[in-house]
Design a protein around this ligand. Structure first.
Ligand code: DSN
Length: 474
């Protein structure tokens, strides 16, 4: 797998790839002069705006020369990039396929229907809404579809893995709804379903949200369903981080347990965007604000005109391309490999003395308590020092972390991108060694400042670059 699968191809090449890899989408977006329009797309950018062109080029270089161990990123295919950069971007449309507010929508209606049918197939869902602009937007749509302002939401605490859009006080959800949180167990850092049950009984939420950004273990959606039923709450599963694994069957699916399943579409490897899915109960009639209608109707009214205006139809075309990819055997087997790599890397770091939170991982990510691993080390120092040496990770606050936000005691590692580049056990062992070498070399000055020997840094950067190139990533 090379970086060329993630970008950098000529415009002509990208369209050729879309034509070969997804004939259906290609035919839908084809118009007179279509190929001419795209021909030289990057040439046009270079001519019109050399500053942006050069920044794009630099980002391409960065992707090829660094080890990206970020759990919330992935690498989309050239076919996805081609659909994103297509003329479909220019279409203005509001409403849903077959019921638009604008003319000229026959082609984009077909694109949206194709994306929906592939999303349903990929997730085994009965309903899919491909319009949300992001994962956060998908959550906002669900929340405003079924709750009234001031209703109660129970979600995983932000420092424990919950996302801002699940009810953080600084977010839209926290401002307009009454939010309480459940937390992971203080000793094991695992979800404590009995504690969730107790909190739900005390608080009486209208909506329970499960799903996390920094949880490395399997989530039992069936248990969340039982808890939601015990208090008459809706259940929303935000599976943004694990949706690729769910599509492949590498993590249990929430589709038939949750009333609503949401995800961003870039984390599993597609375009930027969001998705809302429902199972068998998608057309169950429910009353919201005195109006009884099917769940899908509430969701669609909350999407448009509720939360969004015009749709990003190029993103919807790219979602269609991505869901087709996700149905392939290559994609599915890669999701299992992502978990194997995650376990191997976590095991390698644990073997070198690092404190891996919960002792391991069941998914694409794991957390390391770097503060427990080396005296004075913090999340922010680890992130910055590693990045100087060409290894990109995200610092995180850990559950029950008493360090200020922006400093943190932890680092989150993720394996989707390095797996996409074709890496396996040997590479995981080498990466563990490189991470360890950097973190040992750092001279800690304060909780956010450090020094690193320049010749060590340059040597390490070169080593990372050669390592990536050796895999055809440069
Ligand atoms: N959920 C954020 C993260 O995990 O980094 C991105 O949306």
């Amino acid at each position: 797998m090379s970086l060329d699968d993630g970008g950098g191809e000529s415009a002509e090449g990208r369209i050729g790839i879309l034509k070969e890899s997804d004939r259906e989408v290609y035919e839908l977006v084809k118009k007179d002069g279509f190929e001419g329009y795209h021909k030289g797309l990057f040439g046009a950018l270079a001519e019109a705006d050399v500053e942006v062109y050069e920044l794009v080029e630099r980002e391409y270089e960065r992707l090829g020369n660094t080890l990206i161990l970020q759990a919330a990123e992935n690498r989309s295919s050239r076919a996805v990039l081609a659909a994103l950069g297509s003329v479909v971007q220019d279409k203005t449309a509001e409403g849903f396929a077959g019921a638009r507010m604008h003319g000229g929508c026959a082609v984009v209606d077909e694109i949206e229907r194709l994306a929906i049918s592939r999303a349903k197939e990929a997730f085994g869902a009965k309903y899919a809404n491909v319009q949300p602009h992001s994962g956060t937007a998908a959550n906002q749509v669900v929340i405003t579809a079924v709750l009234e302002s001031g209703d109660k939401i129970l979600s995983l605490g932000p420092g424990h893995g919950g996302h801002y859009s699940h009810g953080a006080s600084v977010s839209f959800t926290g401002k307009f709804f009454e939010v309480d949180n459940y937390f992971v167990d203080e000793e094991s850092f695992l979800l404590d379903y009995e504690a969730v049950r107790k909190k739900a009984a005390e608080f009486g939420p209208r909506l329970i949200i499960c799903g996390a950004s920094t949880y490395s273990r399997v989530i039992d959606f069936g248990k969340f369903r039982e808890i939601a039923d015990s208090v008459g709450a809706y259940l929303m599963a935000d599976i943004s981080h694990i949706s690729g694994l769910v599509m492949a069957g590498a993590h249990p699916s929430p589709i038939e347990f949750a009333d609503f399943t949401t995800t961003s579409t870039y984390k599993p490897g597609g375009p930027r965007g969001g998705l809302i899915l429902m199972g068998e109960a998608y057309d169950r009639k429910v009353e919201v604000r005195g109006e009884e209608k099917a769940m899908l109707e509430h969701i669609e009214a909350a999407t448009f005109p509720g939360m969004q205006g015009t749709i990003y139809l190029n993103h919807i075309a790219a979602k269609a391309v991505f869901f087709k990819e996700a149905l392939s055997e290559e994609y599915k087997s890669r999701q299992f490999r992502i978990i194997e790599n995650s376990r191997r890397l976590a095991g390698g770091l644990a073997g070198l003395g690092y404190d891996v939170v919960t002792g391991g991982t069941d998914n694409h990510l794991f957390l390391v308590n770097v503060a427990n691993s080396r005296e004075g080390l913090t999340g922010v120092i680890a992130q910055k020092a590693l990045e100087e040496c060409g290894i990109v990770v995200d610092m995180v606050g850990l559950p029950y972390d008493n360090r200020p936000a922006g400093i943190g005691s932890g680092v989150r590692f993720g394996t989707p991108i390095i797996t996409r580049m074709g890496m396996g056990d040997d590479e995981m062992d080498k990466i563990a060694g490189m991470v360890d070498a950097v973190l040992r070399e750092v001279v800690i000055v304060s909780e956010s400042e450090y020094r690193i020997n320049e010749s060590f840094r340059d040597r390490m950067r070169g080593q990372v670059r050669d390592f990536c190139r050796g895999l055809g990533a440069g």
